[in-house]
Design a protein around this ligand. Structure first.
Ligand code: AMP
Ligand code: MG
Length: 664
C-alpha cells in the first residue's frame, strides 16, 4: 500500500461500454470524485460485460493477490437495477466475505434525498480479502452521488481492511477519526425543502430557510443575479429603454459644414476688423451674387463687397464668414425680370467674423464623448437624436432580459374562463399573471405568458424547464408556503438542481418570497446571464444562470414583492443604475397602525400640495389577499415594525412605483 494514497480500481459493468469504451462516462466521473480529495489513486480501470463470471474474475484479479499488489477499494458501476441483465450485486455478493450494510444504507439515504427512484437501486458493499468493494449505479450522476455519500468514511474502512493495527489507528478516539475524514467540522448540510414524495405527514413543520431581512435578501439578489450581456444594435427607436454598455464617441463633426443659424445674407467681414465703420455697424448696399439653400454652388467664392442670400441651416458659401439677419436688410433693386433680388442694403450693428453661423464641429467634435457607458436611452432625453446627429450607426447595449410569468395552483383558472359567478367551489380567477405581466411591461421588459400550471411535481418541473429555454428570468406565484402542495422550492431545489438563495423574508406582505438560480445548458445565443465555462474551446459548454423568483400567491403580496425584489434583479440584468424603485421621504397624512413583528410595505398614494411636501395616504385594508390595496397606489411606504401606531406627520421612506400625484 502506498504510504500517502489509497489504491482504487474502477470496474464498469456494461455490455454496451465493453463493446465501445468511448460510450463510458462513469470512469471520468468517478475519477474526479476520488482524485479530488488527494487521498486516492485510481490504479486500474476495466470494463466488463453484464456477466457474473466476467465480473467475478476481474474483481478477484484485484483482491486475491499478494498483499503488496492488492487494491484498497473496488468500485463497480452499472448493473444494479431491476433489468433482466442487471446482476452486479449478485455477482459481487458471492465474493463478499464481510458485508457492510452501513455503507449501503448511507448510499441509499443520500440518493433518496435526490430522487425517489433511488428506491430502485440495489447496492451491496463489503470486504473481500484486504479490499473494500462497493457497487454503484450505472448512471454517472448516480454513481458520483453515491460515492460522494460515503467517500469521506472510506479511507478509514480501507485502512482497517488492509490489516493495519487498529489500536494505533484508534488512538485519539472518534473525534480524531472524524477530523481525519473531514466530517467533524463540516457545516451542516444545506437545509432542503420538503420532499413532496413523502406526503404531508413527513413534511417540515418549520421552514428550513433562515428568515432574512429585506436588506439581506436584496444583497443576495445583487450577489446571485447574473449581470448583463452585451449586444450590438443599430441606432434607431428600438434602442429606447436600453443602457449603453460602452462609451460612445461622435463619428462626425456636427455641424459637418459651416452653417447659418438665421435666414439672411452671407457676408464677408474683413478679418480682424470687427466692423467697417467706427460705430461697429456693417452697412451699405451690396450685390446679391448667389443663393444658398441646402446645397450651395460649390466652387463659387464670395468676395468682400458681395453678399449671398442664405436660409437657416444652409452651408455658408466659401469665403463668407458671417451672416446678417434678413430683418436687418432692405431690398434695394430687382433683376430686370423682377424675379430676383439684385441689390440689398445691409443695416446691421456689430457684425463680427463668425456671427450667426456655426463652425464645423462647434456642437459636437468628431471623436468627442457623446454618451457615457451606463447611460439609459430614453424616449424623452434626446439620446437617439444625439447619436443620429453625430453619425453613430450602431452601439453596444446591455440586452434587456425577457421575463416569463407563471401562475401555479390547482384552484387557479383563467380569469376569462368562467362567466361571472360561474366559479366552482374553491376556484380562484388568475389575478397575478395579468398583473405581473403588465407590471413587467410597464417597466420596459418584454414578457412571455407562461400560463397556469397545476400543483403536480412533474408537470411543474417540465413547465419550468421549458420556460428556461425561452426566457431569461421566471417569475412564479403561489406554491411557496408550507402546505404539502407548495412545490416550488422542492422542484427547483431537488428536481432541477437549483440553488435557493432565500426562502423567507421578514416582511409583510411577502414572507415566503423565494429567490433561486438554476444553471441551464445550451442557452439561446446573446442571452442574459450567459458565460462560457472553462474547457477546451472546441468543447466548451455553454451555461447560463437563470434566476427564478417564486412570489407568494396572494395578489397584493405578489405585486409588492415584484416591485421590491424582482425589479432590482431586472435592473441588474439590464445594466441599470440605480436599481429598484426610487426612494423618497414622505410625511404621513394620518395615523398608521404598525405590524408588531415585521416591517410592512404599506400601499399608499403619495401626493404633493402647494407647500411642496410629499404626503402619504393609505389605500385602505392591507390584507395580503386584497388586490384592491394596490389600486391607485403609487408608492410602498417602508413602515417599521412596532407596538404603537405611527402618528400623522411622521416621516417615513416611500418607494415610488408611479408618478407623484399633484394636488394643485
Ligand atoms: P399559495 O401560496 O399557493 O397557497 O397561495 C396563497 C393564496 O393566493 C391562495 O389563496 C391562492 O388561491 C391565492 N393565489 C395563488 N395564485 C393566485 C393567482 N394567480 N391569482 C389569484 N390568487 C392566487
Ligand atoms: Mg397554491
Amino acid at each position: 500500500m502506498s504510504s500517502t494514497t489509497l489504491r482504487v480500481a474502477i470496474l464498469v459493468v456494461s455490455t454496451t461500454a465493453s463493446r465501445d469504451p468511448s460510450t463510458d462516462a462513469a470512469i471520468p466521473a468517478l475519477k474526479s470524485v476520488l482524485e479530488e480529495s488527494g487521498k486516492w489513486t485510481v490504479v486500474e480501470t476495466q470494463i466488463v460485460t453484464d456477466e457474473t463470471a466476467a465480473i467475478q474474475k476481474q474483481i478477484k484479479s484485484w483482491t486475491d493477490v499478494e498483499e503488496d499488489n492488492t487494491v484498497n477499494l473496488i468500485v463497480t458501476t452499472g448493473g444494479t437495477g431491476f433489468a433482466v441483465s442487471d446482476i452486479t450485486p449478485e455477482a459481487v455478493s458471492e465474493l463478499i466475505e464481510k458485508p457492510a450494510p452501513g455503507l449501503v444504507h448511507g448510499m441509499l439515504a443520500a440518493s433518496l434525498q435526490v430522487t425517489p427512484f433511488a428506491i430502485m437501486s440495489r447496492p451491496v458493499a463489503g470486504v473481500r480479502k484486504r479490499s473494500v468493494v462497493v457497487t454503484l449505479p450505472g448512471s454517472p450522476k448516480g454513481a458520483k452521488e453515491n460515492l460522494q455519500a460515503i467517500i469521506k468514511m472510506l479511507p478509514h474502512a480501507c485502512v482497517l481492511a488492509s490489516g493495519i493495527d487498529s489500536r494505533a489507528l484508534h488512538a485519539g478516539g472518534v473525534k480524531k477519526l472524524e477530523k481525519e475524514a473531514g466530517v467533524a467540522d463540516a457545516p451542516p448540510a444545506t437545509p432542503l425543502s420538503n420532499d413532496p414524495s413523502l406526503g404531508p405527514t413527513r413534511r417540515n413543520r418549520a421552514s428550513p430557510y433562515p428568515m432574512l431581512s429585506v436588506d439581506e435578501a436584496l444583497q443576495k439578489i445583487e450577489d446571485f443575479t447574473p449581470g448583463y450581456v452585451e449586444a450590438v444594435r443599430p441606432v434607431n427607436e428600438d434602442l429606447v429603454g436600453h443602457v449603453l454598455a460602452e462609451d460612445v464617441f461622435a463619428a462626425e463633426d456636427v455641424p459637418a459644414f459651416r452653417a447659418s443659424i438665421v435666414d439672411g445674407y452671407a457676408v464677408v467681414v474683413p478679418k480682424g476688423d470687427s466692423s467697417q465703420t467706427e460705430s461697429g455697424t456693417f452697412s451699405g448696399v451690396f450685390p446679391v451674387v448667389g443663393v444658398s439653400h441646402a446645397a450651395p454652388d460649390e466652387g463659387k467664392v464670395l468676395k468682400a463687397g458681395e453678399i449671398a442670400r442664405i436660409t437657416t441651416g444652409a452651408p455658408l458659401p466659401t469665403g463668407a464668414n458671417a451672416v446678417v439677419m434678413v430683418e436687418n436688410t432692405v431690398l434695394q433693386s430687382l433683376t430686370d425680370d423682377g424675379a430676383e433680388e439684385r441689390d440689398v442694403e445691409i443695416r446691421a450693428a456689430n457684425v463680427r467674423d463668425g456671427d450667426n453661423m456655426r463652425e464645423v464641429g462647434s456642437d459636437v467634435r468628431k471623436g468627442q464623448l457623446v454618451l457615457r457607458k451606463g447611460a439609459k436611452i430614453t424616449a424623452v432625453g434626446g439620446e437617439v437624436g444625439l447619436l443620429a446627429s453625430a453619425g453613430v450607426q450602431q452601439v453596444t447595449i446591455c440586452r434587456r432580459p425577457v421575463v416569463g410569468v407563471l401562475s401555479t395552483g390547482n384552484e387557479i383558472v383563467e380569469h376569462a374562463d368562467r362567466p361571472p359567478l360561474g366559479l366552482r367551489l374553491g376556484e380562484v380567477r388568475d389575478t397575478n399573471r395579468p398583473t405581473l405581466l403588465l407590471a413587467a411591461q410597464e417597466w420596459g421588459f418584454d414578457t412571455v405568458d407562461l400560463g397556469i400550471v397545476v400543483d403536480q411535481p412533474q408537470t411543474l418541473e417540465q413547465t419550468l424547464r421549458d420556460a428556461l429555454r425561452q426566457v431569461d428570468m421566471i417569475i412564479t406565484t403561489g406554491g411557496v408556503s408550507m402546505g404539502e402542495l407548495d412545490l416550488l422550492k422542492p422542484t427547483i431545489e431537488r428536481a432541477m438542481g437549483g440553488t435557493i438563495h432565500f426562502g423567507r423574508v421578514a416582511m409583510k406582505p411577502g414572507k415566503p418570497t423565494t429567490f433561486a438560480t438554476v444553471d441551464v445548458k445550451q442557452a439561446r445565443r446573446d442571452s442574459v446571464g450567459e458565460s462560457v465555462l472553462s474547457g477546451s474551446t472546441s468543447h466548451s459548454t455553454r451555461r447560463v444562470v437563470r434566476p427564478i423568483f417564486s412570489l407568494p400567491g396572494n395578489p397584493a403580496s405578489a405585486l409588492v414583492t415584484f416591485h421590491l425584489f424582482v425589479l432590482p434583479a431586472l435592473h441588474r440584468m439590464s445594466g441599470e443604475h440605480p436599481r429598484g424603485l426610487p426612494r423618497v421621504p414622505v410625511a404621513l397624512s394620518h395615523d398608521f397602525v404598525l405590524d408588531k413583528e415585521r416591517p410592512e410595505y404599506h400601499r399608499a398614494v403619495v401626493s404633493v400640495g402647494a407647500d411642496g411636501i410629499l404626503k402619504a395616504t393609505s389605500t385602505g385594508g392591507q390584507r395580503s389577499s386584497k388586490v384592491g390595496s394596490m389600486r391607485g397606489a403609487n408608492a410602498l411606504l417602508c413602515m417599521p415594525a412596532g407596538p404603537e401606531p405611527l402618528k400623522a406627520g411622521a416621516k417615513v421612506d416611500a418607494l415610488l412605483m408611479g408618478n407623484v400625484r399633484s394636488e394643485l
